[in-house]
Design a binder for this molecule. Structure first.
Ligand code: ACO
Length: 362
């Protein structure tokens, strides 16, 4: 048995490959760097779904259909009550998705891709006492998310930054939430069930729940001079430094640099607090140094969540909502893996080694 299933290969996939030693992510044969440079969220969604639905879907059709699907799922926002909006945003998103029908066709996939994109901005506005903003089907998914969040049209730099984020986190091998999605799909339950299981796995602080605490850490550190002392004390208390370390990457997570790059146009146009970015860079350097000194048995580098925190903060998502934004981007990966599993895989049913008591001999 391998604790945490480390290094265990549990599925074959044509979707993405994570090379932890080289620090490389490939999605459908294309490097992450190339995808972030050249592709929109809709391009990557169409790429991931290729040959997994009942018929071929191009990016243009997907964009138009996704716009209509955002309009369709908006009706569920009106049915929301106080018990949902009081929940953490990602839990409220999950509860609303649970109301959607289950299925494994293109229609179900579209509703699931649209749902968190519509529900999260609406939940955030309602929590602030504002009316939800209806989707605009003609916009891209990224532009519409920001429009629904703020009530006004986003700048080109903001749309590109969110698009880069959604592309960057679209898929990432057999991470915990994707594995959860595949387990559910292997039973032939539908895509909605797979996505619900995946969101439940994502929300944990060791997976998609880290970026909010990254900002808490930056706030607590406050100044560049305080970084080393603060980080040292956190490690003394046995805490993990949020935004660092990874099960697979032994070098820098390539997604961190993709997101760092996506921040550049926002910084250059004054749409983000440059002092905050400078502090983050100083904290990153201090954390890498102290982890190198204290954790000598394994290297721990920066992971995707560190720059996710800065990017989503710059786009004015509240930190409590970061895991929900992650779910918007990763749903496409979950759906593609669930379809691949349902089409090609067997029921996932491993065994456990029993280490409990045995009945006494008579
Ligand atoms: N800070 C301090 N120590 C760390 C960190 C960290 N960020 N990451 C790992 N370590 C320590 C562990 O505590 C462990 O030491 P211990 O046995 O003395 O407690 C040792 O390094 C071994 O770690 P790994 O086996 O590499 O860690 P694992 O694969 O179990 O966990 C994980 C990976 C969960 C990401 C871990 O690095 C962590 O908790 N990081 C902080 C949270 C975080 O940033 N999560 C987001 C990950 S990215 C994503 O899922 C989208």
């Amino acid at each position: 048995m391998k604790n945490g299933l480390e290094d265990v290969i549990a599925a074959e996939t044509r979707l993405s490959d994570v090379d932890g030693d080289a620090g490389r992510l490939i999605i459908r044969g294309i490097s992450l760097e190339e995808l972030v440079e050249d592709s929109s969220y809709e391009d990557v969604a169409a790429l991931l779904l290729d040959e997994l639905l009942e018929r071929p879907i191009g990016a243009a059709e997907l964009r138009a259909s996704l716009g209509r699907a955002r309009g369709e799922v908006f009706v569920h926002v009106q049915a929301m009550d106080g018990t949902l909006t009081d929940l953490p945003p990602v839990d409220a998103v999950r509860a609303l998705i649970a109301r959607l029908p289950d299925g494994d066709d293109f229609g179900t996939a579209l509703l699931l891709l649209a749902a968190p994109a519509v529900f999260l901005p609406a939940i955030l506005r309602i929590r602030e006492g504002k009316a939800p903003v209806a989707p605009t089907p003609s916009l891209s998914q990224s532009a519409d998310i920001l429009a629904m969040l703020t009530g006004s049209l986003p700048t080109a730099e903001q749309v590109s930054a969110l698009d880069a984020y959604l592309v960057t986190i679209s898929d990432h091998g057999l991470n915990a939430s994707t594995f959860a999605a595949r387990v559910i799909a292997s039973t032939k339950a539908g895509l909605t069930s797979s996505v619900l299981a995946a969101i439940s796995a994502l929300k944990g602080p060791l997976h998609g729940g880290a970026p909010g605490p990254v900002l808490d850490m930056l706030d607590a550190i406050g100044t560049e001079e305080n970084a080393r002392k603060w980080l040292g004390q956190a490690l003394d208390r046995g805490e993990r430094l949020m935004g660092f370390g990874h099960r697979i990457y032994r070098v820098r997570d390539p997604r961190a640099d993709a997101l760092k790059g996506a921040l550049v146009p926002l910084v250059a146009t004054g749409q983000v607090d440059a002092d905050r970015i400078r502090l983050a860079e100083a904290v990153e350097q201090a954390a890498l140094a102290i982890l190198r000194e204290r954790k000598t048995d394994r290297t721990h580098d920066v992971n995707v969540e560190f720059y996710t925190a800065l990017l989503l903060d710059a786009l004015k998502f509240p930190r409590k909502a970061f895991t929900g934004v992650f779910s918007i981007g990763r749903t496409i990966g979950w759906i593609a893996h669930a379809r691949e599993q349902a089409l090609e895989g067997r029921l996932i049913r491993p065994r456990s080694a029993y280490i409990g008591p045995v009945p006494q001999a008579a």
